[in-house]
Design a protein around this ligand. Structure first.
Ligand code: NAD
Length: 544
């Protein structure tokens, strides 16, 4: 049956934005041709939520819960977000990391209904046309990946689509960005993943990745087409390989409204953690020296934003950079090294060549160490003990994900520093008992930053995304941390209250967007009320 001859009632039931399923009222059922298409009982939203929770409880694996929730999103979007927003701390790991990692690996196997837009490099010259196939016209947020570096899992080709889909769900669930203005996109330029290429159920192009000029031209066509088809759209680059992520951001950040969460969001969440740590220390940015284990996009991104924070605290940029040192797989980044990428060079200070992280700790005597190496266990006992000898309260941030890659555990950091470490990690750790005290480790999760920033950009129709906006978001997250949180060692706000945290952060960022003349709308009298007025709420609306 063609869709234009489908009855009005069936069309409603198949439209996830408007479907209320068993919650359609008697009046709606009468007037919209729904009688008989749903069972006679009329459910409240609470009853529907109970049914969802019951079914989720009966699933035996998180992947099954992920699949169930995806189907719910396809079927009844309001109920999906009502579920997520009823307990964000519980549902985030199911719709995003870590479960989304396994879901991406198996995307071609678990697919029910495609979601998002797949732009294949074979459609070059037709990207505008494909964008116009999307049913919504006022897209404000596109999260885009080419699937080459999905989480820590590497090249997953079009299976990477799980990431833009999951990330955009968090924009809505954690900050109230309306789902209909969001668009997940995967650029299919092939894959070098042999397992996927050999898998008969793989969904994407079966060819090696296109590189070089052809790749760049495709990206250029994509960015230009988005501006044309969705002129108010912000592009968030996500999980591109490093050698593309850094140049892409450099090429487009001053041309269009865009950002890269892996680089800038990570930087902001680390800076938020340090800002809160400084409240414990009672010192300022300019009194700190940081040593990074890992000098990739996360490490250099964090170092750059730390420098911006230090300049706000009175240091010259060059002085700030002198307080950030990085170690990579070949040792300390210093000025005699000839193997450095451009983005590492600002941190190549004069120093004798050095190998081994402990030797670097002893030589640089940092106040904080940040692990972004992807290699587990490198913050070992001698390293933590050295940090605890050099500092009364050492800052210890093992940020590598997932948990199995963390440079140390929370327990190790607290134990080896005799409970003095100020700790946060990339992956969550349970509370730790040490010396008669309970420590609650914070998780430096980008979710404190990108949904709130997204809400501010959406509400103000910002034209550009500057590093200053990320610094503002970071500072504002740190301000949400209460003294009671700090007393437990917790340097991030509780994730259970993420929506309220995001609203506060978005308000501060929106104020700055207006102040800097970056907004596409006039400044309202009260920015807080203005942000509130833009929020999506997971409630059914009358259909008659
Ligand atoms: P990357 O591959 O770009 O960089 C890794 C860096 O680590 C490179 O400089 C490499 O030389 C260095 N390295 C590798 N082995 C090393 C060793 N044995 N000793 C010293 N250095 C070594 O990766 P990335 O994108 O920068 O991400 C790094 C890690 O940060 C990942 O594990 C990622 O999960 C994590 N991360 C966490 C968050 C977060 O928690 N909010 C956000 C982004 C990234």
């Amino acid at each position: 049956m063609a869709s234009d001859v489908l009855s009005r009632g069936i069309r409603l039931l198949r439209d996830p934005h408007r479907n209320k399923s068993t919650a359609f009222t008697q009046a709606e059922r009468e007037q919209l041709g729904l009688l008989g298409l749903v069972p006679e009982g009329v459910d409240t939203e609470e009853t529907q939520l109970r049914r969802v929770l019951l079914q989720l409880g009966q699933k035996t694996t998180d992947l099954e819960r992920y699949i169930y929730l995806s189907a719910l999103q396809d079927n009844d979007e309001t109920l999906y977000y009502k579920t997520l927003m009823s307990d964000p701390e519980h549902f985030m790991p199911l719709v995003y990391t870590p479960t989304v990692g396994e879901a991406c690996q198996k995307y071609g196997h678990i697919l029910r209904r495609p979601r998002g837009l797949y732009l294949s490099i074979n459609r070059r010259g037709r990207v505008r046309e494909l964008l116009r196939n999307w049913p919504e016209q006022d897209i404000r947020f596109a999260v885009v990946t080419d699937g080459e570096r999905i989480l820590g899992l590497g090249d997953l080709g079009v299976n990477g689509m799980g990431i833009p889909v999951g990330k955009l769900a968090l924009y809505t669930a954690c900050a109230g960005v309306p789902p209909q203005v969001t668009l997940p996109i995967t650029l299919d330029v092939g894959t070098n993943n042999e397992t996927l290429l050999a898998d008969p159920l793989y969904l994407g192009l079966r060819q090696p990745r296109v590189r070089g000029k052809e790749y760049d031209a495709f990206l250029e066509e994509f960015v230009t087409a988005v501006q044309e088809v969705f002129p108010r759209c912000c592009i968030q680059f996500e999980d591109f390989a490093n050698f593309h992520a850094v140049p892409l951001l450099a090429r487009y950040r001053d041309r269009v409204c865009c950002y890269n969460d892996d680089i800038q969001g990570t930087a902001a969440v680390a800076v938020a953690g340090i800002s809160a740590a400084l409240r414990i220390l009672g010192t300022g940015w300019k009194d700190q020296t940081f040593l990074f284990l890992g000098a990739g996009s996360a490490g250099t991104g964090i170092a750059e934003l730390i420098c911006l924070a230090m300049t706000r605290d009175g240091l010259a940029l060059e002085e700030a950079r002198q307080r950030c040192w990085l170690v990579d797989v070949n040792g300390l980044i210093e000025s005699s090294r000839t193997d450095l990428a451009d983005f590492q060079k600002p941190f190549a200070h004069a120093h004798a060549p050095l190998r081994g992280f402990l030797a670097a700790v002893e030589a640089i005597r940092p106040t904080g160490i940040i692990g972004v190496s992807t290699v587990p266990k490198l913050f070992d006992q001698p390293v933590i003990e050295a940090m605890a000898r050099i500092n009364e309260r050492p800052i210890i941030f093992p940020y590598s994900n997932p948990t199995s890659r963390s440079e140390c555990t929370a327990e190790e950091a607290y134990k080896w520093s005799q409970g003095r470490a100020i700790f946060a990690s990339g992956s969550p750790f349970p509370p730790v008992q040490y010396g008669g005290k309970t420590f609650v480790p914070g998780q430096g999760n980008n979710v404190y930053i990108f949904p709130a920033l997204g809400l501010a950009i959406y509400a103000t129709q910002a034209r550009r995304v500057t590093d200053e906006l990320f610094l503002c978001a970071a500072t504002s997250v740190a301000e949400q941390v209460t003294q009671a949180n700090l007393d437990m060692g917790l340097i991030y706000p509780p994730q259970s209250d993420i929506l309220n945290t995001s609203i506060q952060v978005a308000t501060r960022v929106a104020e700055l967007i207006f102040e800097r003349g970056l907004a596409g709308v006039p400044r309202p009298a009260d920015v807080g009320d203005f942000i509130q007025s833009k929020l999506y709420r997971p409630e059914y609306h009358s259909a008659v």
